[in-house]
Write a protein that binds this ligand. Structure first.
Ligand SMILES: Cc1cc2nc3c(=O)[nH]c(=O)nc-3n(C[C@H](O)[C@H](O)[C@H](O)COP(=O)(O)OP(=O)(O)OC[C@H]3O[C@@H](n4cnc5c(N)ncnc54)[C@H](O)[C@@H]3O)c2cc1C
Length: 506
């Protein structure tokens, strides 16, 4: 017997993204999909910054971009500005895009590295279209003509993730997903196989299923509380375990980028939506008290707060098995890495994509399950290494937290990546893993970790030729951006503005 009924537990971002994707992909398959959620329990209610891949998720569902942006108060995002990470006073942008354009199939940063080692002192970011556009508050869609510099970037969104869940709920219900309101109070299993058979709700109703998607958030009601899949704790590397989040009034036009400011202990985010600014402070309870964390956050906001601060507790790491028996964990139930690079919603998307590709055609197939678990393991580990890089590529030692990172022993995968970069500016690319070489290079250079040598392929051109090329590239970036539209104007002209932005406020 194949899968007849899928039951999704949880109606947060993970639950409704899964419901929307499966109802779209499995339409006409005869498989029914149900979703159970409890308004009384609620959702985590944070998560506002995303990665460019979400555009492909929306596009695959046929979602109109302007409508989606209006429904979620979204702005465009060209990257993340990191302040005070390398040294206090430093700042750089990790852009969604390349640095320059390849010449003779060799990435521009290799040439830049050669120039730098012979005295050229222009930063790599001056050759990034996305960085320069972000710094000037400009935005337009990437040009499809790959010869143009305006084609060398990508973008994501900053949005209200609760509204995104509502938007996807309407999408999924329209495609037949049946939502049931209620709290699950008991989970029943088949004695012989250990597979979950049905959920009992507080109303007394039973919800049966052949395949269960656990989107119940941090509690992992099915994957952990019932199946005990286990959790690989990464607090040793990513010790931040608390956050406090609060929205506030915006003080100006929304910027097309997120900001992450390192603090003495932990770091603070700032995410501009169309009508307000999302803020939060992520910290480690071992190094700072909840009260100081709250004061730090509330004392550095740009406008009046719009809601009571929301405190969140977490343990960084990942589920040992993301898919076990007939349960697949998606979202916070699968694991959590702190939101420094806006990766959670992306990991939800990776989970859904892998599930659709490896969808069981009978009872859960062991090979599919192994493949799924392996893929997700890689995704989580590679995100972990990238996040950790921000903490260890630092010259700061002004608190116990920064000293902790300076003395930490790194995962082998990260150590070898740093060594490859320092020796000759090499960043090995993986087939899987969300962050491509330009992302790594942005953090390395932005946090003052610069290579001792350069890739010998950069000798293909003479130094003066490279220097001329770099000069023209920099000028082209600047001139093109000077003609680009302002971010808010673009949102309006694109038909994606909410009334507050249309009327010019903020
Ligand atoms: C501090 C912080 C900042 C973040 N920032 C970002 C960000 O900028 N970008 C990003 O991509 N991600 C971010 N995230 C992550 C993002 O918020 C989550 O990945 C996302 O919201 C998905 O959550 P979820 O749906 O897995 O869980 P939840 O939102 O917790 O939803 C769980 C659902 O399960 C239901 N449920 C639970 N138990 C039961 C039960 N017994 N019976 C019935 N229903 C039940 C609940 O009602 C709810 O509907 C952040 C997370 C944190 C903690």
């Amino acid at each position: 017997m194949g899968i007849q009924h899928i039951c999704i537990l949880g109606g947060g971002t993970a639950g409704w993204m899964t419901a929307a994707a499966l109802s779209h992909k499995l339409q006409k398959s005869g498989i029914s999909i149900g979703l159970v959620e409890s308004e009384q329990i609620g959702t985590v209610g944070v998560g506002e910054a995303t990665l460019p891949h979400i555009r492909y998720f929306n596009r695959a569902l046929g979602i109109n971009e302007a409508e989606f942006m209006k429904a979620t108060n979204a702005t465009f995002k060209l990257g993340i500005e990191f302040c005070d990470w390398g040294r206090v006073g430093d700042s750089y942008i990790h852009p969604f895009g390349d640095f320059g354009k390849p010449v003779r199939n060799i990435e521009f940063y290799h040439y830049w590295n050669r120039l730098r080692l012979s005295g050229h002192d222009v930063g790599l970011d001056e050759y990034s279209y996305a960085v320069m556009a972000a710094e000037h508050g400009k935005f337009h869609l990437p040009d499809s003509d790959t010869k143009k510099i305006e084609s060398t970037f990508s973008y994501a969104y900053q949005f209200d993730s609760s509204l995104y869940a509502d938007f996807l709920r309407a999408f999924a219900e329209h495609r037949g997903v049946k939502r049931t309101e209620g709290r699950v109070i008991e989970v029943q299993q088949d004695n012989a196989t250990g597979h979950i058979t049905r959920l009992k709700l507080d109303s007394g109703e039973y919800i049966a299923g052949d395949l269960f998607i656990d989107c119940s958030g941090f509690r992992g009601l099915l994957i952990e509380q019932k199946l005990s899949a286990g959790y690989e704790d990464w607090s040793e590397w990513l010790p931040c375990n608390r956050a406090i989040a609060v929205p506030c009034e915006a003080s100006g036009k929304p910027l097309p980028y997120t900001r992450a400011t390192a603090r003495k202990v932990g770091w603070q985010w700032r995410i501009p939506l169309q009508h307000r600014t999302g803020n939060g402070y992520v910290y480690c309870s071992e190094f700072v008290s909840d009260d100081v964390a709250r004061e730090t956050l509330l004392g550095s906001l740009e406008g009046n707060i719009l809601a009571e601060p929301n405190r969140l507790y977490f343990k960084t790491g990942r589920r040992k098995k993301f898919w076990d028996k007939n349960v697949v964990a998606v979202g916070l139930s699968a694991g959590f890495l702190e939101p420094l690079e806006s990766t959670s919603i992306h990991l939800i998307q990776e989970g859904i994509t892998a599930l659709v590709e490896l969808f069981p055609n009978g009872h859960a197939n062991d090979l599919d399950m192994e493949e799924y678990n392996l893929r997700m393991e890689l995704q989580f580990e590679r995100v972990r290494d990238f996040l950790l890089l921000h903490y260890v590529a630092t010259q700061r030692d002004d608190s116990d937290m920064w000293r902790y990172f300076r003395n930490m022993s790194l995962p082998d995968s990260l150590r070898s990546k740093i060594e490859a970069w320092l020796s000759r500016g090499l960043v090995p690319a993986y087939e899987r893993g969300v962050f491509l070489p330009p992302s790594w290079i942005a953090v390395f250079t932005g946090q003052n970790l610069l290579p001792r040598g350069y890739d010998p392929r950069a000798n293909l051109l003479s130094r003066s030729r490279i220097s001329d090329m770099a000069h023209i590239l920099r000028r082209t970036v600047r001139e093109t951006i000077s003609r680009a539209p302002d971010h808010s104007d673009f949102i309006r002209s694109y038909g994606a503005a909410i009334p507050e932005l249309v009327s010019g406020s903020p």
